[in-house]
Design a protein around this ligand. Sequence first.
Ligand SMILES: [Zn+2]
Ligand SMILES: [Zn+2]
Length: 152
Amino acid sequence: MWRCSLSVKISLTLKEGKYLTFMYRRQVEEDKRATTTTLAKSFKVNPATVTETLQKLAKKKLVDYTRYYGAKLTERGIIEAQKLLRKHRILEVLFVKLLNFDAESACEEAAKIDHYCSVDLINAICQTYEHPDTCPCSKKIFRDPTCIKGWC
Ligand SMILES: [Zn+2]
Ligand SMILES: [Zn+2]
C-alpha cells in the first residue's frame, strides 16, 4: 500500500517544494483554493508555467491536477509539504532564539535555505529547542517521529 512507500524519498526541485508549501498554506491552513492564477501571481510566472509544474507534481502523485479547476494536494503532497514547512519553521525558531532575528527576517532567511537542510540537521535544532510546537509567527511545527524517539 502507499503508506509503506512513505519511507521512499521523493526528490523535489526547489520550485516544486515552493509550490507544495504555498499550496499547503492555502489549502490546509487558510482553507482556500490554490488556483493556477493565484500560483502564477505569487510566483510571478505565467499560467502556462504553473500548469507545467503542477503536471510534474501530479506525476509524482503529490497533487491532483484538473484542467481549468487547478490543483489540490494529495495526502502524500500534504505530508511532503509538512516536512518542508517543519524545516522552514524550525529554522525560524533557531534564527529568532539564537540570533535574535525578528520573525519576519527569520522567515525570509529560512525560505532561502530550508529546502537544502537535511532532516538530521533540522532534528538536531529541534532537539536543542526541545521540540517546539509553534514557530515565531505562531504557525504549527509538525512532529517528526524520528526526532522525538529516544529523546523525550
Ligand atoms: Zn523534535
Ligand atoms: Zn513562521
